[in-house]
Design a protein around this ligand. Structure first.
Ligand code: XMP
Length: 526
């Protein structure tokens, strides 16, 4: 969805950097780096006229990268009058090529596409501005097919790489700077310094923006949008929906009703944690619906994981719909959609980001339910959501929670889901997490859980033979959950987990540790 007018009311003293999103996978990462530096950032469709951009009162403008070629017919462009605004502009990759072309430079296909690390040499020019205080030679991350071939007189090249002679430029009259590489990715070690130079040296920002300001301006926006109407929100107890609910309570208080569906597939004490946090601490209007019987009946005899997911998703929507109809007249539905969910389904602000994967979140309710959607977290990354949670006063236990899949323990019980198998798995899982927390491993791991396997193995206990269940332990480390490595949990901790589970849980006589990475395995077993 393209933003053609400001969706956020910018308070008078907020320093804003506007980012024109030409469809780069990294556009939001630029936005986040800017906010980390202490200036607020907004992503805007590249076609926005300068009158729209001016409404943000930007201290600077960044032109993002993008998949197109500036010489292609129909390639996205920006308002021709951009450089007349008198606001500093930084072009990154496609943004550099576009800015340079608009100001008279020659941009051509590089002959060979260039991906990966390159060595940037900063030229001994008089005014280093953007590259001030950087070492004379540094590594940068390149990803481009076109490059600037020739510059008119008003330009000066300020850095070069062995394959890209014009790797960074500045315009001598307009406040335009261009870099062919990506400063926003961690593979460019001094990338943050370059962005900070742009924000502080060139745009003269002071770095006063904080997450608390985002919270306040979003709350104001929600209040305006909602008016006196009522909002319903599905609360799962995960980080995203919890932060969302806490934010809405701050914004509209009693106009919000939270619905927590107990599907009987939860971990131990999960429901109690949500109840105590939201009812006791936040005084939320929280409705807990115990639908565990219905879910269990739906799952009877089902072995196929996709069929389990389908039935659980279907039932969840039914229960939610019915509950909403019973408790009142709601105009809005609030959802905890984050930016990665948006970009992964190919809906960047420019509408051109490549589609990476389809999201499979059972908590995502279909639009046909007839509510208007409120998604105040859709511009944020997970770590920003956590920061917001801290500003809102959510307990660490919720802010730092490992993700838990919508279909819950049903996809951690290989084979049929029954009440007895759920209870057994819940007990094993509780011991596992107790040990992970006690050994200070919760924050260094991304997801840790137990899986109940559909096999029995022979054991010996006391003097007798046993023939009981096998439980697998899965612990992974990952940044984005798209790839993951198995966590190197110390052997002594694994030993304690194994002996506690086998000794304390009746019906389990063997514990195994999963040492598969993703890919080729997935994080969940089903
Ligand atoms: P996989 O198993 O695909 O998991 O490597 C990646 C991340 O997604 C979670 N996951 C799900 N979350 N509904 C969800 O809401 C699902 O159907 C689902 N399947 C996997 C998984 O726990 C991990 O965090």
């Amino acid at each position: 969805m393209a933003v053609t007018a400001p969706t956020i009311r910018i308070p008078d003293n907020t320093e804003v950097i506007v980012i024109l999103d030409f469809g780069s996978q990294y556009a939001q990462l630029i936005a986040r780096r800017v906010r980390e530096a202490g200036a607020f950032s907004v992503l805007v469709a590249p076609s926005a006229p300068i009158e729209t951009l001016a409404q943000f009162r930007p201290k600077g403008i960044i032109l993002s990268g993008g998949p197109a070629s500036v010489n292609e017919v129909g390639a996205p462009r920006c308002d021709e009058r951009l450089f007349e605004m008198g606001v500093p502009v930084l072009g990154i990759c496609y943004g550099m090529q576009l800015g340079c072309q608009m100001l008279g430079a020659d941009v051509r296909s590089a002959g060979k596409r260039e991906f990966g690390r390159a060595n940037l040499n900063i030229l001994p020019v008089e005014e280093r501005g953007l590259l001030v205080d950087l070492p004379a030679s540094t590594t940068v991350w390149m990803s481009h097919g076109d490059q600037v071939e020739a510059l008119p007189q008003e330009f000066e090249a300020i850095a070069t790489t062995p394959t890209c002679p014009i790797a960074a430029v500045r315009h001598l009259k307009h406040k335009f700077y261009g870099i062919q590489f990506h400063p926003e990715v961690t593979h460019t070690p001094h990338g943050i310094d370059i962005l900070r130079n742009f924000i502080f040296e060139i745009c003269q920002c002071k770095g006063t923006w904080r997450m608390s300001e985002f919270l306040e301006s979003e709350c104001r926006r929600i209040r305006e949008e909602v008016g006196a109407k009522r909002v319903i929100c599905g609360l799962s107890g995960g980080v995203d929906s919890s932060v969302l609910a806490a934010m809405l309570i701050r914004a509209i208080g009693e106009q919000l009703t939270c619905v927590f569906v107990d599907n009987g597939l939860l971990r131990k004490a999960e429901r109690q944690l949500v109840e105590s946090t939201f009812r006791d601490h936040f005084q939320a209007d929280l409705r807990v619906v115990d639908a565990s019987e219905e879910f269990l009946v739906d799952l009877r005899g089902v072995l196929d994981p996709q069929e389990k997911r389908r039935r659980i998703g279907h039932r969840f929507i039914e229960v939610f719909k019915q509950t909403a109809a019973e408790i009142g007249d709601f105009e809005f539905l609030a959802q905890g959609t984050l930016y990665p969910d948006v970009i992964e389904s190919g809906h960047s602000h420019a509408g051109t980001a490549a589609n990476i994967k389809l999201h499979h979140n059972v908590g995502g309710l279909p639009e046909q339910l007839g509510f208007k959607l409120i998604e105040p977290l859709r511009d944020l990354f997970k770590d920003e959501v956590r920061k917001l949670g801290a500003v809102l006063g959510l307990p660490d236990q919720i802010i730092w929670r490992h993700p838990f899949p919508g279909p819950g323990l049903a996809v951690r019980i290989v084979g049929e889901v029954t009440k007895a198998r759920l209870d057994l798995l819940r007990d094993c899982d509780e011991i596992l997490l107790e040990e992970i927390v006690a050994n200070n491993l919760y924050r260094s791991t991304s997801q840790v859980f137990a899986v109940l396997l559909p096999i029995q193995s022979v054991g010996v206990m006391g003097d007798g033979r046993t023939y009981e269940s096998v439980v697998a332990i899965r612990a992974v480390e990952t940044q984005d959950f798209m790839t993951a490595d198995w966590a190197r949990i110390p052997f002594n901790v694994l030993a304690t987990i194994s002996s506690r589970i086998i000794n304390e849980i009746r019906g389990v006589n063997r514990v195994v540790y999963d040492i598969s990475s993703k890919p080729p395995a997935t994080i969940e077993w089903e």
